[in-house]
Design a protein around this ligand. Structure first.
Ligand code: GH3
Ligand code: MG
Ligand code: MG
Length: 433
């Protein structure tokens, strides 16, 4: 029926027409479905794009948020490290009354907080005109640690004299506005990114600084200042303690050591001498006819004579000898590592110096001179305890008194069985009797 060409007559067949109709219907349906499907895909892509555009900033926010959380966690860790270390530092600082022990404690604390390449701890000099390095971490071995840094020199000197805590940006900012000699050529070894002064009552007691920090806590300047403040409290306490100790140990009139301090030192020297098989000596003396001097010239003149005697005594001995006022007009000297003959020489030198000194109105004294009588005893020959040694020196002193005064007696065991003749004793010095 379709052979050769299109047989139009076949279209007249209702069954064929039905078939074509059906086919058209199916393809229209398919086309519709396909079209719908295709149209929907493009919408979705569009929507997805829209959604992605909305999600991107959220993701960015989340990234920022995660970063902030990480920073906060880090910050929190730094802060809790700091807060955990603080009580320990305060306790340790509170337990130390020695200035030299404070610096290492501060240095260790700063190492733990900032993980720095360099830590410097300075104390103010006694003359109060500059700084001296007392402890450090990371400073070149060849650096002269005894070098004096005047207030005002370099970053360190600037912070010490201005008492303002500084960080790196403060230094840079200040350098622009103030003509400060921050990067002084004299301090090329110093790495100072953070510095704070330790102060008390407006005076600078010292300074701490860090540089090359591997850890940068958020409030680093405040943290450093807190450590500096703890340091200044400790330094001030040590200073007060030292002053109190000096007051308690010294005699108010002569400024020599007091008897109690002398006895403690004697006990210590005794122990050391026992261990090290060393010898030492003590020399005790008493002003002759001092009652007479007081009665003739008045108590204030007597006080002045005691002060002068203390000065002469101090000027006559070595630095490691201990000189004390033992009682009213009695003085005592501890001569470590000194032989008996050596002590005799020192004692005689002191007697001669006092006799040679012209005390006001001394002419009215018996013999026309203000003089002393003394006794020397030595370890281990004359005694092995403090009481024994002081007792023997005192015995020798009274021998000098009995012998006519203005003389030194060196204790000799032989004169215990004595005939009470002063000639039996070894006597140094001028004999007036
Ligand atoms: P001697 O040669 O035997 O030691 O005679 P002395 O007069 O020195 O001895 P005595 O013990 O009789 O008198 C000691 C005097 O020292 C009496 C006392 O008033 C005086 N004295 C003690 N302490 C002080 C003081 O702090 N200031 C003054 N001005 N006098 C003092
Ligand atoms: Mg006397
Ligand atoms: Mg006396």
């Amino acid at each position: 029926m379709f052979g050769g060409g299109l047989d139009i007559s076949a279209l007249a067949d209702p069954s064929v027409l039905l078939l074509i109709g059906l086919l058209l219907l199916v393809s229209a349906g398919l086309a519709f479905l396909l079209g719908r499907r295709l149209g929907m895909g493009a919408g979705r892509r569009e929507a997805a794009k829209k959604m992605a555009a909305q999600v991107e900033p959220i993701e960015e926010d989340a990234r920022e948020f995660r970063k902030s959380v990480w920073l906060l966690q880090n910050e929190n860790k730094n802060l809790s490290t700091f807060l955990m270390l603080l009580p320990d530092l305060a306790r340790e600082l509170n337990n130390t009354h020695e200035k030299r022990k404070i610096a290492p404690l501060l240095r260790r604390m700063l190492e733990q907080i900032f993980d720095p390449e360099q830590v410097l701890v300075f104390y103010t000099t006694q003359r109060n005109d500059g700084l001296i390095l007392v402890d450090d971490k990371g400073l070149a071995a060849g650096f002269d640690r005894t070098r004096f840094i005047p207030f005002g020199e370099g970053r360190v000197g600037w912070v010490a004299s201005n008492q303002i805590s500084m960080d790196e940006s403060d230094f840079q900012q200040k350098a622009r506005f103030v003509k400060a000699d921050f990067d002084s050529a004299s301090q090329p070894h110093f790495k100072i990114e953070l510095a704070a002064a330790m102060t008390h009552n407006e005076s600078t007691l010292g300074l701490i600084s860090v540089g090359g920090m591997l850890r940068h806590p958020k409030n680093e300047k405040t943290m450093l200042k807190m450590v500096a403040d703890l340091g200044s409290i400790a330094l001030n306490n040590a200073l007060l303690f030292h002053k109190m100790q000096q007051l308690a140990n010294s005699d108010g009139l002569t400024q020599l050591y007091a008897k109690r301090y002398f006895m403690t030192s004697l006990a210590e020297i005794l122990m050391r001498a026992e261990k090290g098989h060393e010898e030492f000596a003590i020399f005790i003396f008493d002003i002759d006819h001092f009652k007479h001097y007081n009665d003739n010239n008045g108590h204030p003149a007597g006080d002045e004579a005691l002060r002068t005697t203390g000065r002469i005594l101090r000027d006559s001995v070595r630095e490691d000898d201990i000189v004390a006022r033992y009682g009213g007009e009695e003085f005592i000297v501890l001569l470590p590592n000194t032989s008996k003959p050596g002590a005799a020489v020192v004692a005689e030198k002191i007697r001669a110096a006092i006799a040679a000194h012209e005390y006001p109105k001394e002419q009215s004294q018996p013999g026309g001179d203000l003089t002393i009588s003394g006794g020397v005893a030595s370890y281990p020959y004359d005694g092995r305890t403090s009481a024994e040694l002081v007792g023997k020196a005192d015995e020798a002193l009274y021998k000098s008194k009995r012998g006519g005064r203005n003389r030194i007696t060196i204790y000799e065991p032989t004169y215990l069985s004595e005939s009470d003749d002063p000639a039996d004793a070894t006597v140094a010095g001028r004999r007036t009797a």
